[in-house]
Design a protein around this ligand. Structure first.
Ligand SMILES: [Fe+2]
Length: 344
């Protein structure tokens, strides 16, 4: 860790604003399957005009235990409602439910690979929202439990793993970036290092999902700026690996190698990366994997400054344009994880 230069403080920096509202968590209706009951109180967000001023409030939609089956979810979808809200004090109840649902789908022999991949992917997206909008040790504890089924699925189930990789290549919602990099990173680590790495991947896997946690400290207007960044703005963005280490430590992450993924994921093999301009031999192999996954994810997502490329175009671009900063062998393995898989 001595390689990581700690730059001067650029405060005041702001945390990303939780679009669900302070103290609230948005809940993807895709989490609920079959006939189920509300795991905790579920709320709708409504706009009201109090004293002529527009105001958003949360109103109770379904009390804990209330039947929340297919019919009621379909009705919500018909009204264009894709999300409900959970109060932060019910987050543990909600995430326990998400984990239980995911585990049930993974264990059910009748589940298809597509159903398993959807469950695991949605599970990761939900917890990533929580961790990135509220980077605290309690969020991290919950995240570990929910990331686990994804890591295990990628290691042990090639069919679902392949469906998951395909899914991550197409979904480009704003806070799915880290979910996608997590999936690509674990899949690439497994493919590149093989069976001997499985124990290590279980230990380091969450590091791929949390690599960009330091971006919580970058003002949203800089992250979403459609044009080129000023030198000062670039400096703020480029300190997110350093902020990431500090935040992960505050959240209770002590594993040196997990911290290195966050610290070094923007270092380049040719030494032109940041934070420290390390060369290839100085960069942790998992940080190099994370960087490759990060580049691919950025190219295949819509960003304020570019439209997404197809997976094929992104891989072609990386092959022809990024010749000095990514490793050819690693890239070759990355391409292979997209190859058609035997179908079930
Ligand atoms: Fe990053």
């Amino acid at each position: 860790m001595e390689n990581v230069a700690i730059t001067e403080d650029l405060s005041p920096l702001v945390q990303q604003i939780n679009p669900a509202g302070k103290g609230w968590l948005s809940v993807n209706l895709g989490v609920f399957v079959n006939e189920t009951n509300a795991p905790c109180d579920l709320f709708r967000r409504v706009k009201s005009h109090i004293g002529g001023r527009p105001k958003e409030t949360h109103v109770l939609f379904a009390q804990q235990g209330y039947p929340f089956g297919h019919e009621i979810r379909t009705r919500l979808a018909d009204f264009g409602i894709k999300e409900l809200y959970v109060h932060d004090h019910d987050a543990v109840l909600y995430f326990n439910y998400v984990k239980e649902m995911t585990d049930n789908i993974l264990r059910d022999e009748k589940s298809t690979s597509a159903q398993k991949a959807t469950a695991v992917y949605t599970c990761c997206q939900e917890i990533m929202k929580k961790v990135y909008y509220e980077p605290r040790s309690t969020s991290l504890e919950m995240a570990k439990g929910l990331i686990e089924p994804t890591v295990e699925t990628i290691i042990a189930d090639p069919f679902t793993s392949h469906a998951l990789i395909r899914m991550a290549s197409f979904d480009s919602d704003t806070y799915t970036h880290c979910t996608n990099v997590g999936i690509f990173g674990i899949a690439l680590a497994k493919a590149y290092f093989g069976l001997r790495s499985e124990k290590e991947i279980r230990r380091l896997g969450p590091g791929f999902f949390l690599h960009d946690i330091g971006k919580c400290q970058v003002p949203v207007e800089i992250l979403n700026k459609p044009g080129p960044l000023s030198p000062r703005e670039r400096k703020i963005v480029e300190r997110h690996p350093v902020d990431g280490i500090r935040m992960l430590k505050q959240m209770g992450v002590n594993d040196e190698e997990t911290l290195l993924i966050a610290a070094q994921h923007h270092e380049r093999d040719d030494g032109k990366g940041y934070v420290s301009g390390l060369n290839r031999s100085e960069i942790h192999p998992y940080a190099r994997i994370c960087r490759l996954a990060d580049i691919f994810e950025a190219l295949t997502s819509n960003r304020p400054y570019h439209r997404r490329r197809s997976s094929f175009d992104a891989l072609k671009f990386m092959q022809s344009e990024l010749t000095t900063d990514i490793d050819a062998e690693l890239f070759k393995t990355f391409v292979e994880i997209f190859a058609p898989n035997p179908r079930r």
